[in-house]
Write a protein that binds this ligand. Structure first.
Ligand SMILES: [Fe+2]
Ligand SMILES: [Fe+2]
Length: 329
């Protein structure tokens, strides 16, 4: 199995090529020119005057979760930076990626404030909890015995796998929220963010693919560890008040078991050839686990579709009242 520094050295030319493609294709846009500032007015300190009825409730829930996810990207940037310390190209990419993600956090929070769609006190308290908790190795799916002396899981590939799944899911979340949004400004904002996430996903997916060519056994182990444990950065640490938002977003099929299985996992399995790559030993067992996991996800998707996306949506499994979470926690 190749060393961490060996992998980073070998992958640097690929990273450089992908970064140049990213510079060519990514779109520079300015949140201040998209946010409808003219709608804004002061909040009062004691009881923010919030009106989340101008958009579908699921759209508001999605915006809340996406804002928390974009906020928490800071923690992933810190984590990635620890692996990037000896590699200039890697560091350049991490810094660029973090800058683009911060644009999303700023844009979403600004939009939510001027549109008064979300209680700003709840959002700030939850952001503080999320970012203060940071990201731990366990959040990437590793057991405590896998964690190295500085408290990190073994391998930058794990981070790239996590980020690819996260970027693919976030791209879908933004684009599918845009499709349901009533406000043209919101549709434009979500569309711009989805475009950025698509570029991030292509970059990170390319790094995982290159890692698979360099060291398929280690990459398969990372993919298995991450994919089976994945949850979005807005959910890391089980933030209070976010469970019902996730349920509502799923019921609207913005980010659901169907979307995750059909539009995130299936394409990535094909792209990385997870079920057909030639691997050995523990990696072969991990590959089998990935196959079983995908089958389980397909069964979960089918149950979800029959309960929630068919004509009869009377099942109570996801019937959580989300209205209270739009106010203060
Ligand atoms: Fe983002
Ligand atoms: Fe992104």
């Amino acid at each position: 199995m190749i060393s961490q520094s060996g992998l980073l050295d070998e992958i640097s030319p690929v990273l450089e090529d992908l970064l140049n493609i990213h510079y060519e294709r990514s779109v520079s846009w300015t949140p201040a020119l998209v946010v409808p500032w003219g709608r804004g007015r002061d909040f009062t300190d004691d009881e923010p005057d919030v009106d989340y009825t101008t958009e579908e409730s699921a759209v508001v829930s999605s915006l809340m979760l996406n804002t928390l996810a974009e906020d928490n990207i800071v923690s992933f940037g810190i984590t990635a930076d620890r692996w990037a310390s000896h590699d200039d190209v890697h560091r350049t990419w991490v810094n660029r990626w973090a800058a683009e993600e911060q644009r999303h956090s700023f844009a979403l929070r600004s939009y939510l404030s001027v549109s008064r769609l979300v209680d700003p006190v709840w959002l700030e308290q939850t952001r503080m909890a999320a970012v203060s908790a940071g990201v731990k190795a366990e959040d990437f799916g590793f057991q405590s015995t896998d964690i190295d002396a500085v408290g990190m899981p073994p391998g930058v590939v794990s981070l790239w796998v996590y980020q690819t799944v996260q970027e693919a899911a976030t791209q879908l979340s933004h684009s599918r929220t845009a499709r349901l949004a009533r406000d043209p400004s919101l549709r434009r904002l979500c569309g711009l963010m989805a475009g950025d996430e698509g570029h991030h996903k292509r970059m990170l997916s390319g790094l995982v693919k290159a890692s698979m060519e360099i060291d398929p056994n280690a990459t398969m182990l990372s993919a298995e560890a991450i994919i089976r444990q994945f949850h979005m950065p807005g959910m890391v640490g089980g933030l209070p008040g976010t469970r019902s938002l996730v349920v509502e977003v799923a019921k609207a099929d913005i980010l659901s078991p169907r979307v995750h299985t059909d539009l995130v996992l299936e394409p990535l399995y094909r792209e990385w050839e997870l079920l057909t790559e030639s691997v050995h030993g523990d990696a072969a067992r991990a590959q089998d686990e990935l196959g079983e996991f995908l089958e389980g996800q397909r069964r979960r998707r089918d149950r979800f579709v029959s309960r929630h996306l068919s004509a009869d949506t009377s099942s109570g499994h996801f019937d959580t009242d989300c209205a209270d979470m739009k106010g203060r926690s």
